[in-house]
Design a protein around this ligand. Structure first.
Ligand SMILES: [Zn+2]
Length: 429
């Protein structure tokens, strides 16, 4: 990996700042000691210090590094849900997670918020990345997820005697919910991921199933987590489950599929971000059959897709916030396909590409509580940047193609892309 020189200057690219500002053609981005010193038109750029590393990105786009807002490092492209916690021992899943983190960075994702992991793998993955042992996104860890006994994530029947030890903490009532959060405090997570509602993927707790957790359990989770300065999110599809989560004080919602007007009002009143994760639904519909998904489940994904698109559009139109994350790690939407979520929102949901990029950068950083550090290209921020060959606003699907990446930068250091390869012969892919 290349050492970061003190000063780098990116020239001739179109700047998409992630904050929603107008695209700036022929822009200059000046990076000093890992931070952005200037970003704007070449005409207004300060004199460049001699000896600066120069990156000529003519015909390209410079933008913030992407933020995966619903990331499962330990999901290893499974076709069967139950494989997630019993197919491999945690030792091997940890190595798979490290490979997934390396891949996410190579795909332009310089930061990611975990949406649940096997055991505490993501807590230690985060530490390994921060200590420079392995490349990967800046992580927010969530460890094991919390679900009510008999809910969506409690899929192993008792007669198998395997429980759900690695993937979820199962709770019965508010006291057990508090105890589960306190365990997560000791584990060192930042986000508590819960399962208030069902999902099309589960015939026993489908997408309209509201009570995988009771309101009392959810409220106990939030009160305990907030007391320990942790944030809470939840898998929320069914309408009443969404309202329960918002009334219980959730900090974000995953999916937010079936929003009615009352749910939208509750959401907007506290400006709670939602991560729809909708390409997962499309991939399940288009590719689920080849991996053995039953037709009833595929039909459920179709309903979820339609409800989810409508809700996402309403949220943005009403001034709410969406994060981009995709639940990648299943056979039909494997790791590496992350940017397909962005393409989905432009091509299938009809959103503006610049707005989708802001959702995938600025809002992602806001969700992580780190918007003062990264997520936009602005003076003072960390130089977590993606430099791409091509006009991303004209064709957002360019972001799916790593061969088009000139550089993926974290704090001004080139971690992946053609320039990383050119500099060292090494490449993280
Ligand atoms: Zn998920």
């Amino acid at each position: 990996m290349e050492e970061s020189p003190d000063v780098t200057v990116v020239t001739h690219a179109t700047l998409v700042d992630g904050a929603g500002g107008p695209a700036v053609p022929d822009a200059v981005v000046l990076i000093e000691r890992g931070r952005i010193a200037y970003a704007g038109p070449a005409a207004g750029a300060p004199a460049l210090p001699p000896g600066a590393r120069r990156i000529d990105a003519r015909g390209g786009t410079v933008m913030p590094g992407l933020v995966e807002a619903h990331y499962h490092a330990t999901y290893f492209n499974v076709a069967q849900l139950e494989d997630l916690d019993i197919k491999y021992p945690v030792e091997y899943v940890t190595l798979l997670a490290a490979a997934n983190a390396r891949l996410a960075l190579a795909c332009g994702y310089t930061a990611a918020r975990s949406g649940g992991s096997l055991f505490n793998v993501d807590v230690w993955l985060k530490k390994a990345i921060e200590n420079g042992l392995i490349p990967g996104p800046r992580l927010a860890a969530s460890g094991r997820e919390i679900c009510g006994v008999g809910g969506l994530m409690d899929w192993n029947p008792d007669y198998r005697k395997v429980g759900m030890e690695g993937l979820v903490l199962l709770v019965n009532g508010a006291d057990e919910a508090r105890a589960a959060v306190r365990k997560l405090v000791k584990d060192g997570v930042e986000w508590v991921k819960t399962y208030p509602t069902g999902d099309a993927a589960s015939p026993d707790a489908n997408d309209h199933h509201t009570l995988c957790m009771t309101f009392d359990e959810m409220h106990a989770v939030v009160a305990t987590a907030h007391n320990h300065k942790m944030k809470v999110t939840g898998h929320c599809r069914a309408t009443e489950g969404i309202k329960n989560a918002l009334r219980a004080g959730y900090d974000t919602l995953e999916h937010g599929t079936f929003m009615d007007s009352e749910a939208l009002d509750l959401l907007l009143a506290r400006d709670v971000p939602v991560v729809p994760a909708l390409y997962f639904e499309l991939a399940s519909i288009e590719r689920g059959k080849e991996f053995g998904l039953p037709q009833a489940v595929i039909d459920g994904h179709q309903e979820t897709l339609e409800g989810g698109v409508e809700s996402a559009r309403r949220i943005l139109k009403a001034g709410g916030r969406l994060g981009m994350g995709g639940d990648f790690g299943f056979a039909w939407n494997p790791h590496g396909d992350y940017a397909r979520e962005l393409t989905f929102f432009v091509k299938h949901a009809g959103l503006d590409p610049k707005q989708v990029i802001s959702c995938a950068t600025k809002t992602g950083a806001e969700i992580m509580g780190r918007a003062d550090e990264f997520g936009t290209v602005a003076a003072g921020k960390l130089a977590d940047l993606l430099i791409v060959d091509g006009d991303v606003l004209a064709d957002i699907s360019i972001l799916e193609d790593r061969a088009r990446f000139l550089a993926v930068m974290q704090g001004g250091a080139i971690k992946a892309g053609r320039l990383a390869h050119a500099a060292t012969g090494d490449d993280v892919r």
